[in-house]
Design a binder for this molecule. Structure first.
Ligand code: F6P
Length: 504
């Protein structure tokens, strides 16, 4: 049984260092160290992070690294990447990294490769028209039905890669509110539509209900259509999909040890390959693998997920800040905040440690955010003048492939202006500064600038892997299991009981 982080001498040292910031300003930290921005900037796998606008100095940074070592972060990281049973309550690995870097065990590698070959081959066959609807009409609409990890990751990446490169448009449905499926089917015809049900367990109420209605919609086309031909399932439990009539040849599988919120790299990513092609999907995996390799081997002091994870711990536990915002300055990344909400809040919203003891320190913060620049006109008032604050990740794109350079420059400059306003407040406004109480913006609010070389599959893969590993780093410091989600079960059971009472 391990001691809690707060009992470690490194924890006490960090509390001391935290107190040392009471009389300092962020501006002052920069003044004392003109090379600060350069020194606190790090790169890997086409991702560049500038963490210089944080409340850190060499002492804190060093103490955070010492804390990580005291918690055996390197050993835990190796256990994660080596496929050990790090998901302790469910007694299994959380080995999503094996989907992007083939594992040493040839039998596991072979079976992953075979699963991937099947779903990527299917995606290509759809794109090329080799697989058509049952009446010979090409499939032009794919409606993906899934929720949580079976929706957010595939949806985010499909949107982030922009307009589909093939003839098939992909739509997503997660909510049980009938409106979402209605909207997704709007304008579609059963003859040219494929329903893809994505569910690890194939027991999730929302997904099964929406699938039921979607199949009714297909069946309503009458006998001319073979509805079964228009349904695909992606699951870790093929028997359950087969039991409700999905054709075995239309079921793509992935291993039980891939967690739902880490599953976009598996067959759950089939919508990405359908919309953007198998090459884009492989590039996505390659970018993630590159970040994994960096996480596995870079010294903690220059390791992107480690640095970001430790900064997360720093604000939650030493500054009592229980929120973190993410602002992607890219319309195509507008789903990033929702994706990160699940990744981090489902992974880190835990109240007991890995030994089942109540934790004595706070764990995962509220993660929230909105796409920039839209966010500037809704939530940034709070960011700059609220009585409490939230550190922020500004996610920006260094080079845009598209034309309209002027607006992309405005987009980038807007992100930087907001990060500046958070850090320095109105102190740098010069002649335009107002002394009115209501206009004062104090600054001193930290942020990270996270820059992708470009918005392509490779960089997106690296970005998401970085966030996954960052989440893991925090779980190690907090000694919690990042890979279960028992808290979701109570609500599911209560719903079942309620439905039984109502003889639903
Ligand atoms: O209820 C939470 C959850 O289990 C998530 O962890 C998961 O991503 C989502 O539901 C969907 O589950 P499934 O893929 O089994 O339908």
């Amino acid at each position: 049984m391990e001691s809690s982080s707060s009992e470690l001498p490194q924890w006490q040292a960090l509390e001391e260092w935290r107190r040392s910031f009471a009389s300092r300003t962020l501006a002052n930290l920069f003044k004392l160290d003109p090379g600060r921005q350069q020194r606190w900037s790090f790169s890997a796998a086409s991702i560049h992070i500038d963490v210089s606008r944080n409340w850190i100095d060499d002492n804190t940074f060093g103490a955070l690294m010492t804390l990580a070592r005291a918690r055996d972060l390197e050993k835990m990281r190796d256990a994660l990447l080596g496929g050990e049973a790090v998901n302790t309550t469910e007694h299994r690995p959380a080995w999503h990294t094996a989907l992007r870097t083939p594992p040493a065990d040839p039998s596991v590698a072979r079976s992953l490769e075979e699963e991937q070959r099947l779903f990527l081959g299917f995606a290509e066959a759809l794109r090329s028209g080799r697989i058509q609807g049952s009446t010979g009409v090409p499939i032009s609409t794919v409606v993906c039905i899934g929720i949580g990890g079976s929706d957010l990751g595939p949806r985010l990446v499909t949107e982030a890669l922009g307009a589909p490169t093939g003839p098939v448009r992909v739509r997503f449905v997660s909510n049980i509110d009938p409106v979402e499926l209605l909207n997704a089917l709007d304008g579609a015809t059963p003859e040219s539509t494929l329903i893809v049900a994505i569910s690890k367990t194939f027991t999730t109420l929302e997904t099964l209900e929406n699938l039921r209605v979607a199949r009714d919609w297909l069946n309503a086309a009458g006998q001319r259509l073979d509805a079964a031909h228009h349904v695909v399932a992606v699951t870790a439990h093929p028997d359950r999909a087969a039991k409700i009539g999905v054709h075995p040849k239309r079921i793509f599988v992935f291993p039980e040890w891939v967690g739902g919120r880490y599953s976009l790299w598996s067959a759950c990513g089939v919508p990405i390959a359908i919309a953007h092609g198998h090459e884009a999907f492989l590039q996505l995996l390659a970018g993630a693998a590159e970040m994994d390799a960096h996480f596995a081997s870079a010294p903690l002091e220059t390791n992107l997920p480690v640095i970001l994870g430790l900064l997360g711990v720093w604000y939650v536990n030493f500054w009592n800040i229980r929120a973190r915002a993410v602002f992607p300055y890219s319309q195509r990344l507008r789903a990033l905040p929702s994706y990160l909400q699940q990744l981090e809040m489902e992974s880190l919203g835990k109240r007991v440690d890995v030994d089942g003891r109540p934790v004595t320190i706070d764990t995962g913060p509220v993660v929230w955010g909105e796409v920039g620049t839209t966010a500037q006109h809704s939530v940034f008032q709070f960011m700059h003048q609220g009585t409490h604050w939230s550190p922020a990740d500004f996610v920006v794109i260094a080079q845009h492939a598209q034309s309209d350079e002027r607006r992309y420059r405005l987009l980038h400059a807007s992100a930087m202006a907001q990060a500046d306003a958070m850090a320095w407040g109105d102190s740098v406004l010069g002649a335009e500064r107002s002394s009115a109480a209501h206009a004062i913006t104090p600054g001193g609010r930290p942020s990270n600038i996270i820059s992708l070389n470009q918005l392509d599959a490779r960089c997106i893969g690296a970005l998401l892997a970085m966030y996954e590993q960052r989440t893991f780093v925090q779980s190690v410091i907090w000694n919690i299991n990042a890979f279960d989600q028992w808290g979701v079960e109570v609500g599911k059971k209560l719903l079942q009981q309620r439905l039984e009472r109502e003889s639903f």
